[in-house]
Design a protein around this ligand. Structure first.
Ligand SMILES: [Zn+2]
Length: 424
């Protein structure tokens, strides 16, 4: 399974992926099933499945676990004298929410009618299974690689990346990338070359508790509510400053309906958006609350830096005499990042999508973020290409087997062109 003969051609590679359809679908389903009974961030069982597969193929690998349960796996094949191509995927998932809302159990990995169901199916066990498949197939041709192929399966993507991709890139001197492919869900008619930045903040206010009959309108919940109103009025919809290389990419992105909810919200691509995700405080209707906390997710278009915006928010609250504390919720907030649409990686990936899917992909940016930012901020060209997401962050998440095969072929074919044959 997932092996090529020593003289295989690229056509053999794509044919082998077709032949491996059932194995590939089962690998994806197995990786979904690993989520049962584990915290969404705990990658150990999934890593164990991959480790077994690597063992069967005789491929050496390393496991890093910088925090309990947050395991990442690294495997490297080929020669250091040449370009390095990284296949990156995260193995952690969103929480499954209420199991009674699902048709099949959230971690069933049920395969039916060409679909694979379960939490993480599209985000991103299908991408991870594609990366593994591409890696194993090219690893079987290791003597023919004119550079290094790196498989990087990580934890902590959904919760910030500090202990996953970012950890590996900042602590390992042997890791860099001349090209990086990530199989996050993009839909198979698009190639993602950039994404918005993110700034997560907590707004908090403290006070004393007393009888509600004495409330004077300056209690912690009122203050946080005023702070939220100010954020809304001052920042929601503020335009970014778009680099000229990205202007046509933003235009493409407006037309690309990657999830149904995107309709009517295209403005988020090049403007600030703000989500107040949680708010908590107080214990009873007729007691003044002692405290209030709100978590806020601000997405930054190109040209707006997180530190500068944090400073502006603090200044705004100070000017309004608002006693609200602003604290960071991410280890590292990030600005928007992109890989130049003229980078060779974009051309190679585009050609492979054309060959496999039969159409020229829309080159787009996305309002959601991925671990691509950790590569791009270091100057490593990075693209995201993966399946169409169905039910992402909702019950009955699924991916189609067809999209899974397409993702595996595009990743394997792109890595082939970069490492096994000259793309010219
Ligand atoms: Zn993801």
């Amino acid at each position: 399974m997932f092996e090529l003969s020593p003289h295989a051609t690229k056509a053999d590679l794509l044919q082998e992926i077709n032949r491996a359809e059932n194995s590939l679908a089962e690998l994806c389903a197995d990786m979904i099933r690993c989520g049962a009974g584990s915290a969404p961030s705990d990658t150990r069982r999934c890593i164990a499945v991959v480790a077994q597969l690597m063992g069967q193929h005789g491929i050496p690998f390393e496991i890093e676990e910088p925090q309990p349960g947050l395991q990442s796996l690294l495997a490297i094949q080929g020669s250091a004298h040449g370009p390095t191509v990284v296949l990156n995927a995260h193995l952690d998932v969103f929480p499954a929410d209420d199991a009674t809302l699902w048709t099949y159990a959230p971690f069933s990995g049920k395969i039916e009618d060409g679909r694979i169901y379960g939490r993480g199916a599209c985000d991103m066990k299908a991408g991870a299974a594609s990366s593994i498949t591409a890696f194993l197939l090219l690893a079987s041709l290791a003597p023919r690689l004119r550079g290094r192929l790196v498989l990087m399966l990580v934890a902590d993507e959904e919760t910030g990346g500090h202990w996953g991709t970012d950890y590996l890139l900042r602590t390992r001197d042997d890791l860099h990338a001349d090209a990086c492919l990530i199989g996050e869900p993009s839909g198979t008619r698009a190639l993602r070359v950039g994404e918005k930045g993110q700034l997560w903040l907590e707004l908090s206010a403290q006070g004393a508790s007393y009888h509600s009959g004495l409330a004077n309108g300056d209690e912690p919940i009122f203050r946080v509510a005023r702070a939220i109103s100010l954020l809304h009025d001052e920042f929601v919809g503020r335009p970014g400053r778009i680099p000229s290389a990205m202007t046509p990419v933003i235009e493409n992105s407006r037309r690309y309906a990657w999830v149904p909810e995107f309709a009517g919200r295209q403005w988020v691509l090049d403007h600030i958006s703000v989500n107040v995700g949680t708010i908590e405080g107080g214990i009873r209707t007729n007691i003044a609350p002692r405290d209030c906390r709100a978590s806020v997710d601000i997405r930054l278009p190109f040209g707006i830096e997180p530190d500068a915006l944090t400073g502006e928010i603090k200044e705004l609250f100070a000017k309004a005499n608002l006693d609200v504390v602003v604290s960071p919720l991410l280890h590292t907030p990030y600005p928007a990042t992109f890989t130049d649409p003229d980078d060779p990686l974009i051309h190679v990936a585009t050609r492979n999508i054309e060959q496999v899917v039969g159409c020229t992909p829309d080159v787009i940016v996305n309002p959601t973020f991925t671990d691509a930012r950790f590569f791009r901020i270091r100057g490593y060209p990075t693209v995201v290409f993966g399946p169409t997401p169905y039910g992402m962050a909702q019950p009955d998440e699924y991916v189609t087997v067809e999209d899974l095969l397409t993702t595996a072929k595009v990743h394997a074919g792109t890595a082939w062109d970069l490492l096994v044959e000259d793309p010219q």
